[in-house]
Design a protein around this ligand. Structure first.
Ligand code: AGP
Length: 367
């Protein structure tokens, strides 16, 4: 059967709506509830090899890089292995040190992004071990890797990636769980995360069901020439992804910043013409985040706050969007979904081509 957008006005809309089903697919058969761990046969690593990993380096481009940053945080938190993400497009140009006890992870929807493929080849040339988190089965990156996790998001057509990114996040959660459970993550914590992962599809659906409300908020943002997206720690890669999506399809300038860094410079730009979309999850940084909102409000910056029900924003004037809470470690993906809808509805309101934004290709197969 051919793949078309059906009753949707665009593939992006269809693909956002497919996220709960796609999330189900990436989880299917991969949760070991008895031992509170993941079952990832495709990694081709036994427990001893897994335990020998001293560092994790994640490589991807664009949104895949930002989800890679979310993945690095998951691995550090759950497996306590130092982890970071880097833009694959930069990696090979800095003559990277390839270490035998580092696990390299390439992340790509298409599996054909040339910068990511060349990073994989550079690592393998130097004897490093690379696994792939890839959506397209049999793609170039999938074939070059030593093992991996297929994302099972199904075909993705819109240039702006949505369901593949969600499944990348879940793929990283599974990887972090498996790495954690051969190290110091307890069986109880493993089970807690499995329960959290199992709740994700319905929670994503609950956000999608609030599309009308998000469309209204998006229309208030669409008129701005320039916006900030801010978050910190777990929320910062979410802000980067939110800004990226907004830029891609609305053509508005959107800049992601760590909320904590605003006072070190960009606060000078805040005015009633520059809205800020702030990620304020209920976590150990909530109070500090709310403090920063006051700083923005004092400069009359319009605010959209993506947060949790139990967060008290005090008297800050803001458009507020509450997302369902999960386990803290898994919250980033639920904070990301409303940002997709904001970008989509801003672009729709502005009359842009949603699926084929100007100057962009679905996968970048040139240097
Ligand atoms: C996502 O919305 C972007 N169009 C883009 O950043 C994309 O994620 C990037 O080019 C990487 O593509 P890949 O996942 O196919 O490697």
């Amino acid at each position: 059967a051919s793949y078309d957008a059906g009753e949707h006005d665009s593939f992006m809309h269809k693909e956002m709506q497919e996220q709960p089903a796609a999330a189900d697919r990436v989880l299917r058969g991969r949760l070991d509830e008895r031992f509170g761990t993941a079952r990832l046969g495709g990694l081709n690593m036994d427990a001893r090899e897994t335990r020998a990993i001293r560092r994790v380096k994640i490589l991807g481009c664009g949104s895949a890089y930002y989800v890679g940053q979310m993945g690095a945080a998951l691995i550090e938190e759950l497996a306590r292995i130092p982890a970071d993400a880097e833009a694959a497009s930069e990696f090979r140009y800095r003559n990277p040190i390839i270490e035998p006890d580092t696990l390299y992870v390439a992340v790509s929807q298409s599996g054909e992004t040339l910068d990511t493929l060349l990073a994989v080849q550079e690592i393998r040339r130097k004897g490093g071990r690379v696994i792939g988190l890839v959506n397209v089965v049999g793609s170039a990156i999938a074939r070059e890797c030593d093992g991996g996790i297929y994302l099972h998001a199904g075909p993705e057509v819109a240039v702006a990636s949505t369901k593949a990114l969600t499944n990348m996040f879940i793929g990283f959660s599974l990887l972090a769980l498996q790495l954690g459970r051969v190290r110091d993550l307890s069986i109880a914590d493993g089970k807690r995360l499995i329960a959290g992962l199992t709740r994700l599809p319905d929670q994503i659906q609950a956000i999608l069901d609030r599309e009308d409300e998000l469309a209204e908020v998006a229309r208030t943002l669409a008129g701005a020439e320039s916006l900030f997206f801010v978050g910190r720690v777990r929320g910062f890669p979410v802000a980067r992804e939110g800004a990226q999506k907004f830029k891609e399809i609305s053509y508005r300038h959107a800049e992601a910043y760590q909320t904590s860094e605003l006072k070190h410079g960009p606060l000078a730009l805040i005015s009633e013409a520059v809205p800020t979309v702030a990620l304020v999850p209920s976590d150990e940084l909530t109070d500090r985040n709310v403090g920063a909102l006051h700083e923005i409000a004092a400069r009359r910056g319009p605010l959209v706050v993506i947060t949790h029900e139990d967060v008290d924003l005090g008297d800050v004037a803001a458009l507020r969007i509450d997302v369902p809470r999960n386990e803290r470690e898994l919250d980033p993906i639920l904070l990301t979904v409303p940002l997709q809808l904001l970008a989509y509805h801003a672009a729709l309101h502005l009359g842009h081509d949603i699926d084929k934004p100007r100057n962009l290709a679905k996968s970048v197969t040139v240097e």
